[in-house]
Write a protein of this length. Structure first.
Length: 299
């Protein structure tokens, strides 16, 4: 409801009301009463009159706006625009509705239902005319920025978007590698970032380099695993490099390269020295042993 005005024609007869309704536009209504007054409504405004039609009270249909006899309608200007919505982070891929609220120079607030909505950047797939926003899937925690304008005022709102699934972005979705790692090395859509690709030609595919913590673009940066020395008749010292604190390493062995089960080296001693991990197998009783390094990375 914007402005309500009234005009009386005599003490008995017609009361004419003009209601400026935000949604429906101006509505001109006439109500007839006798000298005893009465109550009437057209769904937008409600009129109550006393004896002689004086002292009428006009109320908007939602009850938020009231004027009385002897007072004119209240006129205001929009001071600024504010976008209201979620206050905290929102999961990627979510749908949410924003609202544009005008803060008026008389300190009142009113909703701008005809606001013009636009995406301004970040993780926004779309925003419709009602302020419904569809967020994108993301590869890291980021922001979505949406703007709105109403009359000659505008505002924007930044929404924090959470990356809840680390392997669901674009062409890299669900391939077993953290999307942020692939984008850091290859950009948002590059076939060289596929798990089985080996763009640096070091013999270790991207999947392995991701788990091992090496660069897929540096040929000299690759995972090394070797028997460094014989520690005696029943022991062997193995070297793994690089080895990182956020990864778990296990050494397995079997006496035959082509057959048999790989078993964890029970009782092996693990000693770190910078990025080097030295593992001593203290129970290498077989004349010949083959070793396998297992790397676990809980990303």
């Amino acid at each position: 409801m914007g402005i309500i005005t009234s005009q009386q024609f005599g003490k008995v007869g017609v009361l004419t009301c003009l209601a400026a309704n935000v949604a429906a536009g101006p509505v001109l209504s006439s109500f007839s009463f006798d000298a005893g007054g009465g109550t009437a409504s057209n769904g937008i405004i409600r009129v109550q009159t006393s004896i002689g039609l004086y002292g009428e009270i006009l109320t908007s249909g939602d009850g938020d706006n009231v004027i009385k006899s002897g007072y004119i309608g209240r006129i205001f200007d929009i001071d600024k625009l504010e976008i209201q919505g979620p206050g905290g982070p929102v999961p990627e891929g979510s749908s949410l509705q924003l609202s544009a609220v005008a803060i008026n120079d008389d300190e009142t607030r009113s909703q701008c239902i005809s606001a013009n909505w636009v995406p301004l950047g970040g993780a926004v797939d779309s925003v419709n005319t009602d302020g419904w926003v569809q967020l994108s899937t993301v590869y890291q925690d980021t922001q979505a920025v949406v703007g709105a304008s109403c009359s000659d005022r505008s505002a924007e709102k930044a929404i924090a978007v959470l990356d809840l699934q680390r392997d669901n972005f674009g062409v890299y979705a669900f391939d077993g590698i953290w999307d942020a790692w692939q984008i850091a090395f290859f950009g948002p859509a590059n076939s060289n970032g596929a798990p089985d690709a080996d763009p640096d030609g070091d013999g270790q595919a991207n999947m392995f380099e991701f788990v091992a913590g090496t660069s897929p673009l540096e040929r000299s940066d690759f995972f090394q695993f070797e028997i460094q020395q014989l520690g005696g008749a029943t022991s062997r010292v193995l070297r793994l490099v690089p080895a990182f604190p956020d990864r778990t390493y296990k050494i397995k062995r079997r006496p035959n390269l082509l057959a048999g089960d790989w078993t964890v080296c029970a009782g092996a001693l693990y000693v770190t020295n910078g990025l080097d991990l030295l593992v001593t197998d203290t129970a290498a009783t077989n004349a010949c042993n083959f070793y396998r390094a297992v790397i676990e990375y809980a990303w």
